[in-house]
Design a protein around this ligand. Sequence first.
Ligand code: FAD
Length: 492
Amino acid sequence: MAAISNSVQPSRFRVLKKGSRPSGKELGPVVYWMFRDQRVSDNWALIHAFEQANMSNVPVAVAFNLFDQFLGAKARHLGFMLRGLRQVHHVLEETLQIPFFLFRGKAEDTIPNFVREYGASLLVTDFSPLREVLKCKEEICKRVDDSVTVHEVDAHNIVPTWVSSEKLEYGARTIRSKITKRLPQYLIDFPTLQPPIRKWAATTQVTDWDGIIAEVLREGAEVPELRWCEPGEKAGMEVLMGSKNGFLTKRLKSYSTDRNNPLKPGGLSGLSPYLHFGQISAQRCALEARSVRKLYPQAVDAFLEELIVRRELADNFCFYQPHYDSLQGAWEWARKTLLDHACDKREHLYTRDQLEKAQTADPLWNASQLEMVYYGKMHGFMRMYWAKKILEWTKGPEEALEISIYLNNKYEIDGRDPNGYVGCMWSICGIHDQGWKERPVFGKIRYMNYAGCKRKFDVDGYISYVKRLVGDIKKRKAQDLLLSDKAKQICS
Ligand code: FAD
């Protein structure tokens, strides 16, 4: 049984700005600007906002800003996110009587304006190591009044990024013990949410969710929504431990044996969409996994290694390495070896467009690309092969990195995440890895090839599996179009 925390540990949040309240001025409400952790349950940032409000006997409101454009999000991402947020809105207002405000535009404008309009004294936000978010927060801190305090809570990692390490870590080997020694302190049960007694008296907002969702789906239609992946906190918990096909309840047993087999996507947890959008807490996943460790210790240990060590290592990299998405962010040995081999002759050279359309001479690679474009979640094992081949087939490491990040962010439902930047940097620039036997193009970067995959799994079976998957998705799309044409005819 995990220990229960009664309050948010001070090390879980950072004071980004200390407000200076003029003496005699009454404390205003607390605003939680939700960004990365889009859930009500198991959310340290929300718990912190409630706790602070209760201490000062002031109300709380939650605000979310929908950027017009954030890292190229398309219908696939925005649809999933907004449908999840609609549930957050419902639970906050209906169950907890906490108002939820959805803004559109630049958070640098909307959040300070909101804070000012309602005279808030404390702005709480969650944590993301991505530069766009850090920059945005810096600007918000400048724009809110001097009297406003700003707290940033790491609600995404189990051990807060700034606690697990104060520097850029070399790899899993160097961060693992730093994280594990702190787990007794941080991997604890969440306290029960205590919504403030003092209620928000000011006006609330009516949000036209259907209208906004329809608009983002239209604008981002190039990459459509996924059918198989239901958004929201409830759906995330169902994937984790539902009685029908939950990871911990039904699929955990095979995690240690099947997770590297692309023909068995159910061998993985399938949690990355929920973790990325913060619709489930990694800490909740870890607590529940740990509670069934007795049954399948090997599988649980392997899962916790990915969920905690690898995932938190990715945040460490993006937080402490400003060049987390460029060759400049690679270690010296990797940069040198890649540049030494940048002019090596490539057997094939493809453009971004050819790669995006899966027009290479390698049917295995094409299948993985199509799995990502149509299904929206490429199998974890194939992601490594996929990115390494891009290094092999483009003009040099910079271009390979740019293309892989572009495609990953555009099509993966869990893309636009520190894990994605790190996955591409690991595959192409050897970060968190070691040097291997030198060879053309790759230099000392770890190499993967078709023959190696053939030894590991049924390559032809995977290619046929993706072909069927894509065929089914295209068929359903054609049926939908037909139905919507018929509906239009009836209406006109
Ligand atoms: P599970 O094996 O069930 O893992 C559970 C959770 O652990 C994942 O959801 C994830 O949060 C974490 N995790 C697993 N593997 C890794 C890893 N290697 N590094 C960091 N965290 C990990 N992951 C993303 O979340 N978003 C991405 O955009 C992304 N892009 C990638 C690109 C490349 C080129 C590579 C090599 C890896 C990428 N990964 C990415 C990491 C990993 O492939 C996915 O997290 C995993 O496949 C997601 O499926 P799952 O949740 O079913 O995996």
